[in-house]
Design a protein around this ligand. Structure first.
Ligand SMILES: Nc1ncnc2c1ncn2[C@@H]1O[C@H](COP(=O)(O)OP(=O)(O)OP(=O)(O)O)[C@@H](O)[C@H]1O
Ligand SMILES: [Mg+2]
Length: 341
């Protein structure tokens, strides 16, 4: 049985650009799919096709059990969408925007008002609730757009880069809202350029690049594909590199790599923390003094680079800089500190 979101062979071209080049998706009910990919990968195009806003050249899609191409209006009634480009009425206040959405969905005026109040609290917009949206900052607008998508809780939700441009506190809060939503049975397709977000929220991840799904699996499965875990040791004295290398070679599932100038040795292993304890005892027995030792697991960042040859993050700031890193191999990836907000 196909899942709550199902797509097969979606193709969409814009002139010479093959935005979607045969996308297949299957998202089981009540789960979160993270669609991960760099700028221009085809994430928004996928969302627009699945939410009936764009006709594909070929392929088929079923959302909430309804054929997207045959019955777009019915699909629209069963889904919620929060877009990369906010659909907020500038001249209405935040509160009015949310009430209007409620009434569009046939809520009574009283219910719509109540729901608007709850969401304004939830998204830290209560203080600005009665100001026109045109006076809102970028992050406030973003939150209002997300709140609007949550006025009714449809069985299937699409969120296109929901947390791009949000500060860490608001991002954290949105993650909580999303987890609650999914806990209540909603199926969610979420696009993101933040690897950490996919790691945190998604049950399954599809990595897209150039309109194709180039890898899929859970975060752990994708990480395992990238070579698994390593032990990293920094020895205190250059003379200790030799004995340390011998010890590590005994545990390694591959070559021991040595960076002489930093006195750092790295070896792929399996066995986790237990193995690490043994390595430490052995190094100690050989009289090797350790400055630093650790078990390093691959991050989704590593996965992304090994799959696509380039980093996932947009450039500086909030990730809205369109051309920043897209398709430029060799661009240095950003440090974990910068990306993991
Ligand atoms: N309406 C359009 N007309 C022409 N080209 C388009 C149109 N929409 C998308 N494209 C092209 O299709 C490709 C995929 O775009 P899409 O917006 O789906 O990427 P994305 O993964 O959402 O990127 P981003 O991370 O920047 O939001 C890009 O090369 C884009 O320039
Ligand atoms: Mg997009």
């Amino acid at each position: 049985m196909p899942g709550a979101i199902y797509a097969e062979g979606l193709v969409k071209t814009f002139g010479d650009v093959r935005a979607l080049d045969g996308v297949d998706l299957d998202v089981p009910e009540g789960t979160v799919l993270g669609l991960l990919g760099p700028n221009g990968a085809g994430k928004t195009t996928t969302v627009r096709v699945l939410t009936t806003l764009l006709q594909p050249d070929s392929g088929s899609a079923v959302v909430a059990g309804i054929d997207v191409l045959k019955h777009p209006n019915e699909v629209r009634r069963s889904i919620g969408l929060s877009g990369q480009f906010a659909a907020v009425d500038e001249y209405l206040t935040g509160r009015e925007n949310l009430q209007m959405v409620g009434q569009l969905y046939q809520m009574s005026a009283r219910d719509a008002k109540k729901r608007a109040g709850q969401l304004l609290e939830r998204f830290n917009l209560a203080d600005a609730a009665d100001r026109p949206a045109k006076t809102y900052s970028g992050g406030m607008r973003r939150r209002l757009d997300l709140a609007a998508a949550l006025v009714v809780s449809p069985p299937v939700m699409f969120m296109d880069e929901p947390t791009t441009g949000l500060d860490p506190r608001n991002r954290q809060q949105l993650w909580e809202v999303i987890q609650e939503l999914v806990g209540g049975g909603t199926t969610l397709l979420l696009t993101t350029q933040y690897l950490e977000e996919a790691d945190h929220l998604a049950d399954d991840i599809c990595v897209v690049d150039h309109g194709k799904v180039i890898a899929r699996g859970t975060s752990d499965q994708l990480k395992a594909r990238t070579g698994g875990e390593r032990v990293e040791v920094v020895v205190h004295e250059p003379e200790q590199i030799g004995p340390a290398r011998e010890v590590l070679a005994g545990y390694g599932k591959g070559e021991v790599a040595v960076a002489e100038h930093t006195r750092k040795l790295t070896v792929p292993v399996t066995g986790g923390a237990k193995l690490l304890a043994e390595v430490i005892r052995d190094l100690d027995a050989r009289g090797v003094e350790i400055d630093d030792i650790g078990l390093r697991r691959p991050t989704l960042d590593d996965v992304f680079i090994s799959l696509t040859g380039h980093a996932a993050e947009a450039a500086e700031g909030n990730g809205e800089d369109e051309d920043a890193v897209a398709g430029k191999p060799g661009q240095g990836r950003k440090s974990q500190k910068e990306t993991a907000q």
